[in-house]
Design a protein around this ligand. Structure first.
Ligand code: PLP
Length: 264
């Protein structure tokens, strides 16, 4: 009885190296015991060393993937990741409005750790205006939060203000990921909930280069837990614990920024 399984959807770009994007999402959802479906928005040629090339899917194919999933499956939660360019962001937004896919986690992916731009500059405005207001949970890292708010984010106080701005832009709940702060021994994330409650989540910074796909893993773990019916706060806390565990342990894959291990 397939419709009794807990099903979640990733709407994102692929990673031929298996570490990030749709591949990380599927592995994470599987680990969280959730059936994963995927709408592929872009295909990248990449490995642990970097992104060599990518191409966004034609809008028609994006539409058809959404329709195929919505016609047959019973998606309980969805996430967006790499969305590439303005036409594909617009196609994704239109389909998110058309189909009920449950709570939506928006990971506003912009630039890969290796420096490759995964969202065109002109699409940032479209994400701000059209996608952020659809987010049940928005999960920017510090550079993404800065781009979306137009702020310089240099302190914990700035993170707080940025989260509030992002909520004012329409995201119901906001998780600002502090992992990109340079100077610290720990990584602190700030969460602002829909009801105005807020909290910090802190974990020791792990000295490793195996962090490729961290954001995807976090947002797809959160999505899996939302699909199971967990509260936003619980889903975020479980996501954070899961990512910390997968960063801490494991083996190296490839020659660059190794991916996380999803059998944590
Ligand atoms: N490739 C794809 C398709 C992604 O979705 C992402 C992140 O969201 C990345 C690459 C970047 O991964 P990272 O910055 O963790 O190396």
């Amino acid at each position: 009885m397939i419709n009794d399984t807990i099903q979640a959807l990733t709407i994102a770009g692929t990673d031929s190296g298996g570490g990030a994007g749709v591949m990380a999402d599927i592995k994470t959802m599987q680990e969280r015991h959730v059936f994963s479906a995927a709408v592929v928005v872009a295909v990248t040629a990449q490995n642990t060393i970097g992104v060599a090339d990518f191409m966004a899917m034609p809008e028609k194919l994006i539409d058809e993937q959404f329709k195929a999933v919505a016609d047959d499956l019973k998606i309980r939660a969805a996430k967006t990741g790499m969305l590439a360019d303005v036409p594909s962001v617009k196609a994704v937004v239109a389909n998110l409005k058309k189909y009920d896919l449950g709570p939506l986690t928006v990971d506003p992916v912009m630039i890969a750790k290796g420096g490759a731009r995964l969202l065109s500059e002109d699409a940032i405005q479209t994400v701000k205006q059209e996608l952020v207001p659809l987010a049940t949970i928005l999960t920017p890292n510090l550079p993404e939060a800065a781009e979306l708010t137009g702020m310089q984010i240099e302190s914990s106080d700035d993170m707080l203000v940025a989260a509030q701005k992002l909520q004012d832009m329409g995201a119901k709940n906001v998780l600002v990921k502090g992992g990109h702060e340079a100077d610290d021994n720990e990584s602190s994330d700030f969460v602002l909930l829909e009801n105005g409650d807020s909290f910090w989540m802190t974990s020791p910074r792990v000295d490793t280069n195996r962090t490729h796909g961290t954001g995807d893993t976090l947002s797809s773990c959160i999505t899996s837990e939302l699909a199971k019916g967990k509260s936003v706060e619980d889903a975020i806390r479980i996501g954070k614990e899961y990512v910390s565990a997968t960063i801490e342990q494991g083996i190296q894959v490839g020659h660059g920024h190794g991916p996380l291990n999803h059998w944590a």
